[in-house]
Design a protein around this ligand. Structure first.
Ligand code: PGA
Length: 251
């Protein structure tokens, strides 16, 4: 049985005070929550404050990105060890905004995934097709290419530690959600890929989140699909009530 996992990707939003307030609000609201994992991923500059605000709670904290090198002359970057040091358990890698705005390739993401696993962070690895790719019937090919490239060379043990997020690019921040059937089709395909590249135990145990305009009113139906194990939530993770509405849909 896969435990549902709801993560909030705050992207480049919030100021320090509102980040602390939101994190503390989520920590409080989830105090009696059972059987669901919850994490928040604030901008890196607020990680320290958010780790403090969620201390003693069940809420995990994740970075939104990192660089694969351990240290050195990489102006503006942060390392996996820094994320761990500040108190993170998770790191989002290969988000479509990283891929499409900042030009990250599957090879870049693969290096990051390996380094994150080495230090003990759980990578949330994002895959997803653009609208033209979907319209030309390329969705499953794109997912396969991203899976093969971003997760290349992982051992069975490493693969078990990964969380995958399927995020169709056309559904991110657009208010357009993949239908539960569209999402389920890709999630099932990802499981088949894992079964063929690894084995059925891994295919059955790895959690696959859906992301792309998840809201309180569509969460339960999406999360009710047999192969959707959670959500990576952008806009609706910025308000405690909305985020809690989505978490309620996972129960
Ligand atoms: P959204 O973002 O929920 O605002 O669509 C999701 C994401 O990019 O992770």
């Amino acid at each position: 049985m896969r435990r549902p996992f709801i993560a909030g990707n705050w992207k480049m939003n919030m100021d320090r005070a509102s980040a602390i307030e939101l994190a503390a609000g989520v920590a409080k609201a989830t105090a009696d929550l059972e059987d669901v994992d919850v994490a928040v991923c604030p901008p890196s500059i607020y990680l320290d404050a958010v780790v403090s605000a969620t201390k003693g709670s069940e809420v995990g904290v994740g970075g939104q990105n990192m660089y694969h090198e351990p240290k050195g002359a990489f102006t503006g970057e942060i390392s996996s060890a820094m994320l761990l040091d500040i108190g993170c358990q998770y790191v989002i890698l290969g988000h479509s905004e990283r891929r499409h705005i900042f030009g990250e390739t599957d090879a870049d993401i693969n290096k990051k995934v390996k380094v994150a696993l080495e230090v003990g962070l759980t990578p949330i690895v994002c895959v997803g097709e653009t609208l033209p790719e979907r319209e030309s019937g390329e969705t499953l090919n794109v997912i396969r290419t991203q899976f093969d490239g971003s997760l290349a060379g992982l051992s069975d043990d490493d693969m078990k530690k990964i969380v995958i997020a399927y995020e169709p690019v056309w559904a991110i921040g657009t208010g357009k959600t993949a239908t539960p059937q569209q999402a389920e089709e890709v999630h099932l395909d990802l499981r088949k890929i894992m079964e063929s590249c690894y084995n059925s135990e891994i295919a059955e145990s790895v959690r696959i989140q859906y992301g792309g305009s998840v809201k309180p009113d569509n969460a339960a139906e999406l999360l009710g699909q047999p192969n959707i194990d959670g959500a990576l939530v952008g806009g609706a993770s910025l308000k405690v009530d909305d985020f809690m509405g989505i978490i309620a849909g996972a129960k």
